[in-house]
Ligand binder design. Structure first.
Ligand SMILES: NC(=O)C1=CN([C@@H]2O[C@H](COP(=O)(O)OP(=O)(O)OC[C@H]3O[C@@H](n4cnc5c(N)ncnc54)[C@H](OP(=O)(O)O)[C@@H]3O)[C@@H](O)[C@H]2O)C=CC1
Ligand SMILES: O=C(O)C1=N[C@H](C(=O)O)C[C@H](O)C1
Length: 269
């Protein structure tokens, strides 16, 4: 069976380096290209050397045009502006795209959905299997307990993370709000301070921790008087996200144009 060739964008970042390792270890995937931001001091460095694997003959470049014929699927873990720009490039050149980047505003999300009419895109704020199962469990929890409990979403990440709440926490909020027929934009609360008055049970509240080297932790709390349900996922290695991205890339290689999520990749829906 022919290997699927991937390009990794954001190759020298925290996820980028883990993605390179995951691609090099995967029996059905070949690392075809590694792309970084223009001006990176690592330009021209071999991607294998970057992760201590030894040279593989794939050097970091700053422009997808330079490696257009070297890959089948593009994997993006960068920043929202960069992702939208790359999606335009992928639509122009017919390259499926797995997007792990988070922190999009509604305009950027709309643009990605529009571009997905011209190419297959997996857009997933969290590519870990457990988190995507958690999304499913949240539907059940919200159906059974959501109407009468206080719903809080708590997430923790490393000190370098740029967006808050995390993309995963926001998706958790969307899943719960959709299940309960609420509009997250109207019922979300992001942090509390001062005289906040008693809690309104219709709200879904988010709390964010940024500390040290936490890889990624998410809890949904459904609290009543007398009992509370907590559903938690803890990632202890970025490799869980990177392996998910490899699954998404393989799945995308034979997909029709459209916008997909990780639950579809994993066969949960
Ligand atoms: N979906 C999931 O499962 C997961 C998603 N994420 C998300 O992935 C994203 C990246 O996270 P992380 O790796 O920790 O962040 P890093 O900052 O470590 O890595 C991002 C990399 O992308 C580079 N980059 C930025 N803009 C461009 C561009 N235009 N072209 C090429 N490269 C570019 C950055 O370069 P520079 O440093 O020069 O800006 C950096 O090397 C975040 O949005 C994060 O939330 C993270 C983990 C899991
Ligand atoms: O920035 C990170 O590190 C992570 N970001 C994702 C998010 O925003 O949900 C997923 C994961 O928890 C790690």
């Amino acid at each position: 069976m022919e290997k699927v060739r991937v390009a990794i964008v954001g190759a020298s970042g925290r996820m980028g380096r883990t993605l390179i390792e995951a691609a090099l270890a995967h029996p059905q995937i070949r690392l075809g290209a590694a792309i970084e931001r223009a001006g990176s001091t690592l330009m021209g460095v071999d991607a294998g050397d970057l992760v201590g694997h030894g040279s593989i003959g794939v050097t970091l470049v700053d422009n997808p045009d330079l490696v257009r014929d070297d890959f089948d699927v593009l994997i993006d873990f960068t920043s929202p502006d960069a992702t939208v720009e790359l999606a335009v490039w992928c639509a122009t050149h017919g390259k499926p795209m797995a997007i792990g980047t988070t922190g999009f505003n509604s305009h950027q999300k709309g643009r990605i959905a529009e571009l997905a009419q011209d190419l297959p895109i997996v857009l997933a704020p969290n590519m870990a299997v457990g988190v995507n199962l958690l999304f499913k469990l949240l539907e059940t929890a919200a159906q059974v307990m959501g109407e009468y409990t206080d719903i809080e979403i708590i997430e923790g990440h490393h000190r370098y993370k740029k967006d808050a709440p995390s993309g995963t926490a926001l998706r958790m909020g969307e899943v719960i709000a959709d299940t309960l027929g609420r509009d997250l934009e109207e019922c979300a609360i992001y942090g509390r301070e001062g005289i906040t008055e008693e809690r309104d049970r219709q709200t879904i509240a988010f709390s964010t921790i940024r500390a040290g080297d936490i890889v990624g932790e998410h809890t949904a709390l459904f609290a009543d008087i007398g009992e509370r349900l907590e559903i938690t996922h803890k990632a202890s290695s970025r490799m869980t996200f990177a392996n998910g991205a490899m699954r998404a890339a393989l799945w995308l290689a034979s997909r029709e144009n459209g916008l997909y999520d990780m639950q579809q990749v994993l066969g949960f829906k």
